[in-house]
Design a protein around this ligand. Structure first.
Ligand code: NAD
Ligand code: MG
Length: 391
């Protein structure tokens, strides 16, 4: 039996993970679940999976959850606060940690899992975007295993030489480049001028995937793909010039590896996160995920196009931040989180998201990001500057 902890179990990735785990009660046991403040969802998950521990970031929510569980006669222990997230992520009682908290809030608990040498199912790409070099050093120094759950990175992982995926350094090893596919989101066919007036409701209605709000807006601006370029740089040890983005509207090919001998390997499947989750969980074996078999006849055709940096300025900003190095990508991420939250609250227009990020990047001098304190300091300052600019 493998013990599994899910950080962010009530979100889109958390729920998909529990769906896969429920299909394999003989293989996996849920030992800890965590959420921000959604008491009812976490309570229902505790009833079904009976974890040893449930953590809520929010203290009043944790008290409420504890009362409900006690009344129902369940023995799950309830903890609260950010330190408790790190504690369950590093606990001796867990083998796998699913990093599925959204945004910068996921960094410290995911880093704690790396330092404790866990097998990490990484969905929380922002953790790697913020702390890439430091995070990968901790993974390697502590014998942790990073299993990519982001569908593109999981696809690349599957297309890398079997048994060598964990080497993390692919530059100069026969890989010419990798190609991350992108659906282009809900606004791929909009004129630039029309983007001024799109609403949060339109932005979160993704054509191919059902996801949390923040990543849905990131998909609409294509900052999501930009964050994924940075994530791929750290996961696979490739320079930005060897990481391309290809528009592929059907989301059937989830990414590709182009080798120097001319072979291009692609991983395909229906757009359902249970596939990369099941792949990462069972790796190097395979388990059933509950996903429908791919019917290529009904898909009919696969289209590809170049990703236009003028249409998607966030993609350009992400490449620039990656090339600038140090805490530039942490600054990019923080400014993006503030801008996306402001857009969702209708405080700024969709097109002001990249403007905010560009402004913050131009006003800060990144540091080398060698310590977590340096990274968090620039994250904090970028948030202050982004809020100031928005005001
Ligand atoms: P979501 O908003 O649906 O869920 C987020 C989860 O994190 C919830 O359980 C929530 O309670 C918890 N959370 C939120 N803020 C928190 C905080 N401050 N402290 C502690 N917990 C907090 O998000 P999601 O769509 O599941 O995405 C999660 C992560 O996975 C993101 O980093 C996203 O980029 C990545 N990802 C998601 C998908 C997808 O299909 N949804 C695909 C690839 C990668
Ligand atoms: Mg992705």
């Amino acid at each position: 039996m493998q013990a599994v902890t899910i950080l962010g179990s009530t979100g889109s990735i958390g729920v998909s993970t529990l769906n896969v785990l429920a299909q394999h009660p003989d293989k996996y046991r849920v030992v800890a679940l965590t959420a921000n403040h959604s008491v009812d969802s976490l309570y229902e998950q505790c009833q079904q999976f009976q974890p040893d521990i449930a953590v809520m970031l929010d203290v009043p929510s944790a008290d409420l959850l504890a009362t409900k569980l006690k009344t129902a006669g369940l023995r799950t222990q309830v903890l609260s606060g950010a330190r408790a997230l790190e504690q369950v992520a590093a606990s001796d009682g867990t083998d796998y940690v699913v990093a599925a908290i959204v945004g910068a809030a996921g960094l410290l608990p995911t880093l704690a899992a790396a330092r404790a040498g866990k097998k990490i199912l990484l969905a929380n790409k922002e953790a790697l975007v913020m702390s890439g070099g430091l995070f990968m050093r901790e993974v390697e120094a502590n014998g942790a295993t990073l299993l990519p759950v982001d569908s593109e990175h999981n696809a690349i992982w599957q297309c890398l030489p079997v048994g060598k995926q964990q080497q993390y350094h692919y530059d100069g090893k026969g890989v010419r480049r990798i190609m991350l596919t992108a659906s282009g989101g809900p606004f791929r066919d909009f004129d630039l001028a029309d983007l001024e007036h799109v609403t949060p409701e339109q932005a979160v209605a993704h054509p191919n995937w059902s996801m949390g709000q923040k990543i849905s807006v990131d998909s609409a601006t294509m900052m999501n793909k930009g964050l994924e370029v940075i994530e791929a740089h750290w996961l696979f040890g490739l320079p930005s010039q060897k990481i391309d983005v290809v528009l592929h509207r059907q989301s059937i090919i989830h990414s590709m590896v182009d080798y120097v001998d001319g072979s291009v390997l692609a991983q395909m499947g229906n757009p359902d996160m249970r596939t990369p989750i099941a792949n990462a969980l069972a790796w190097p074996e395979r388990i059933d995920s509950g996903v429908e078999p791919l019917d290529l006849i009904s898909v009919g055709r696969l289209d590809f196009a170049a990703a236009d940096h003028q249409h998607f300025p966030c993609l350009r900003l992400a490449y620039q931040a990656l090339d600038a190095g140090g805490t530039s990508t942490a600054i990019l991420n923080a400014a993006n989180e503030v801008a996306v939250a402001a857009f969702l609250k209708k405080q700024i227009k969709f097109t002001e998201i990249p403007r905010t990020i560009e402004n913050v990047l131009s006003r800060m001098t990144p540091n080398d990001g060698a310590t977590i304190e340096q990274i968090l300091a620039d994250d904090t300052q970028a948030r202050v500057l982004a809020k100031e600019f928005i005001k």
